[in-house]
Structures are given as C-alpha cells and as structure tokens.
Design a protein around this ligand. Structure first.
Ligand code: 4AD
Ligand code: MG
Length: 430
C-alpha cells in the first residue's frame, strides 16, 4: 500500500510503501535507525539485521544523507516518539543517491545556510515553520470568508506610491515609470466601495535600506478594507482576526510547535480583547522606563516597541499617532486634529509591529489638502480622489505583515526563516 507519513496512523500493523528522503541515520552492528521525511512529515524507520536480508541491512547502513528512497515496512505505534509511530523496515529501494549533501547534522553558520536555502528548507525546523505559515494563510482565508469579506487582488505594478516615496522599487513600464507595490491599500479602498468588505493577500515590496531581523525587501501582506467601519470597529476586527489565526495554529500545528520548542502558554492566552494605549500614553510609559530623550512627535523604533510590549502579555494597540509621522490618507481625530485614528499592533515578546491600520480620510477637501501637503501631484493619484467624490463613506482597514506574524507565532528570531526564499538587503540568492 502506497501512502505518506502523515497518513500512517491509518495503517498500524500493516505493510506500507512511502517515497522518502533520508534525513539522518544512526546504526550499530545489529540495528539501523533511519530518520525519514517525505514532505508530509518525519518518521523513524528501524532496520533490524536479524529481520531483513543481509543485502537490505548492508544497504541501510551505507545510505547517504538526502538520498531518495522507496521504503517498505510495517507501521508500529511508538509512545517514545513525538510523532507517535515508527516503521519496521522490510525493504529499501534507492531512487537517487545523494553524494556529499552540504548541510550535515553539525552546526552551520547562518550565511552558509542562507546560501543553501533551497536545501535548508528540507530541515525539520524549516519544515515546521513553513507548515505554520501555511496554517496562518489557510486560517486567514477561513476567517475573512466566514466574515463576509471578498478576496480582491490589487496590482503589483503601480504608477504611484501608497506608503511614501523613498522606499519604492522603480522599474520601466514601456515608456512610463512604474513601481512595485508597497501596499495594495489604495486599490483596496476602491474595491471596498464596490464590494463592502474586502481583503487582499499578496507580495509587497519595500526598497528599505534596513538590515534588521524584522525587515524584508519582499514580504507578504494581508490587507482588509471595510466600508462603513470606523476606528474602534477596525481594532475589534484586528484582535478577532489575530486571535483566530493563533488559535488555529495551536489546534492544527501541535507537532510543529513542539518541534520548534515554542512556549504555547504564551499563545494560548491570545484572545480578544487586546490592550490599547494611545501614543501619548506610550510616550509617558517610555519616559518612565528610561527613554528620557523621546519627544512627542517622534516615531518609535524597535527598542521602544519592545519596551512597550514588555508591559503586556497580549499584543497591544498603540493608537492616535501624530498625523505628521503617519501616512497621508489617515483620518484625523475629530476632537484633536494633530493625531490620527490609527493603530499599530505590537506583538508580545519583542516581535514588534505586526499590523499598521487606520480609518481613512473620507472628506474630499481634506484629502485634496493632504495631496498638496504631500506633493501628490500628477494624474496618477487622480482616481483615488474619485472615491471621495462619488458616495464617500467612513471606511477603515489594516495591513498585517505575514512574516513578522509567523516569526512571533513560531518563535523564530529573524524573519529570514519565515518566508521560503527571503529577499534581504544583501541577498537575492537563491
Ligand atoms: O505599517 P505598514 O507600512 O502599513 C501599510 O502598508 C498600510 N497601507 C496597510 C493598510 O492599512 N492596508 O505595513 C503593514 C505591516 C507592518 O505592520 C509589518 O507587519 C509589515 O506590514 N511590514 C513589513 N514586514 C516585513 N518587512 C518589511 N520591510 C515590512 N514593512 C512592513
Ligand atoms: Mg507601520
């Protein structure tokens, strides 16, 4: 019976054949333990000299790391293994022999692993992180579909900047200038006026010269946008969504979280409501915590975010930032026009900002004023004003960075491990 490692629980006591790779091996004169993987999971195969032909035992002992194999054996329950099953091997057929696989069980430096990312992905830890990433994506679609959102795909090649000019990737679009999308938001606002509640999920690009553990040049963003939704409701949807994906990972990725050694008690408590503090309160808190030179009007850096997050077990919303340090489209607080109806969501345990969102300006004259202040000249922004001209409504949205969210949930130190092929300041290979 041909099956996969993920399905072996259905075949206890039966003989199965699985297409695998040899992840690792340990052997003595009488027994060989093969760590096998097939993409769906990892299982230990046991070859006992007394139970197989001499030929098979000799083959098992000589197998090299990452050789591909058809392995046949009997499925046994095994309480000692975290996976719960092992395979008593009766036959091994080598499909392709792998010679001198570069990533050995010994420790390797990060740059070496990054140069071999195409192979590093096969390791148990990277496998677990990719499975969690997939579960977050799956739960994202489930959450938004269950809540009446329509998936909309904004363009990647754009004529304008959504989040500020300096971080744009420039390219030629025949005779015109074009930019890789920094955010689909402006287009999602148009879509919200057509479909009510919408969300996007796609790659976004920032030509940022930042070399930190939280910055990628190409990252994936989930961007919901909602007509008739104001600031507070926007925050409620965010805390429900973030809680939903964390709980989905806890339910569906138990083995992966255990492989990663993640402290799940820190995740189990992630349920609405999340704490909220204003920017003003955050400034006071930072001063109290020894950041003496932070002034009202300055943006927060990673150390500030970490110091604020430290005060809370759950992600914390920082709301009402000064308008001058936020994007041109954010709606001013009607009671205090120097701050905007926005929030950044800061993950616990020092993972930093995972969401940026706001209520959007819906007044045409104010938006025109912002265009002047921000020099948004030329025809390419013209269409965005139409959304304020023809049936403008209050609306809000946000963007969740997938990789930073995966880093937080998996406990990965650096976002480079949370995307299959990271694009970093100094890395376009492999
Ligand atoms: O805060 P940002 O820049 O917000 C926007 O782009 C809005 N237009 C979103 C919206 O309202 N629709 O980015 C949103 C999130 C950040 O909180 C962060 O998680 C992630 O995107 N992000 C990055 N992730 C990895 N590498 C980078 N260079 C990132 N820049 C932003
Ligand atoms: Mg932001």
């Amino acid at each position: 019976m041909k099956t996969t490692i993920s399905q072996v629980s259905k075949y206890v006591g039966q003989n199965v054949t699985i297409g695998t790779w040899l992840a690792n091996k340990r052997s003595s004169g009488k027994i060989a333990f093969l760590q096998l993987r097939d993409g769906t999971g990892f299982i230990q195969g046991v070859v006992v000299k007394a139970e197989v032909s001499e030929d098979i035992f000799a083959k098992a002992k000589s197998l090299t790391q990452e050789s591909s194999l058809w392995v046949t054996g009997t499925v046994r329950e095994d309480e000692r293994s975290p996976f719960g099953y092992e395979l008593s091997i009766t036959n091994i057929e080598v499909i392709n022999e792998s010679v001198d696989y570069p990533i050995t069980p010994k420790e390797h430096g990060v740059e070496f692993l990054m140069d071999h990312r195409h192979l590093w992905l096969r390791s148990k830890r990277q496998h677990a992180i990719m499975k969690v990433r997939n579960e977050i994506i799956r739960a994202t679609y489930e959450f938004f579909n269950n809540n009446g959102f329509v998936k909309i795909d904004p363009p990647i090649l754009t004529g304008t900047s959504a989040e500020g000019g300096s971080e744009l990737f420039h390219t030629k679009y025949f005779d015109e200038d074009a930019y890789l999308s920094q955010s689909g938001q402006l287009y999602m606002e148009a879509a919200a006026m057509a479909l009510g509640k919408v969300f996007s999920f796609g790659p976004t690009f920032r030509a940022e010269k930042s070399k930190t553990k939280r910055h990628l040049i190409e990252f994936w963003m989930i961007e919901p946008e909602m007509a008739f939704v104001e600031h507070i409701e926007n925050l409620e949807i965010q805390e429900q969504y973030v809680s939903y994906i964390v709980q989905a990972v806890l339910t569906n990725c138990k083995l992966e979280l255990s492989t990663l050694g993640r402290d799940i008690s820190r995740l189990e408590i992630i349920k609405p409501p999340f704490p909220r503090i204003t920017y003003d309160e955050a400034i006071k808190l930072l001063k109290k915590k020894g950041f003496d030179d932070i002034e009202w009007g300055e943006d927060f850096g990673a150390p500030h975010e970490a110091a604020i997050a430290e005060e809370y077990e759950k992600p914390v919303f920082i709301t009402h930032y000064p308008a001058k340090i936020k994007a041109f489209y954010m709606k001013p607080d009607p009671n205090r026009s120097e701050v905007v109806l926005c929030a950044d969501l800061i993950a616990p345990e020092g993972y930093g900002e995972i969401i940026g969102g706001s209520q959007r300006i819906d007044d045409l004259d104010l938006m025109k004023q912002r265009y002047d202040e921000h020099n948004l000249t030329g025809g390419s922004y013209e269409w965005y004003l139409d959304l304020r001209k023809y049936g403008s409504v209050p609306h809000s949205g946000f963007g969740l960075g997938l990789e930073r969210t995966v880093a937080w949930i998996t406990g990965a130190e650096h976002v480079r491990e949370t995307i299959p092929f990271p694009r970093l300041l100094n890395r376009l290979y492999p």
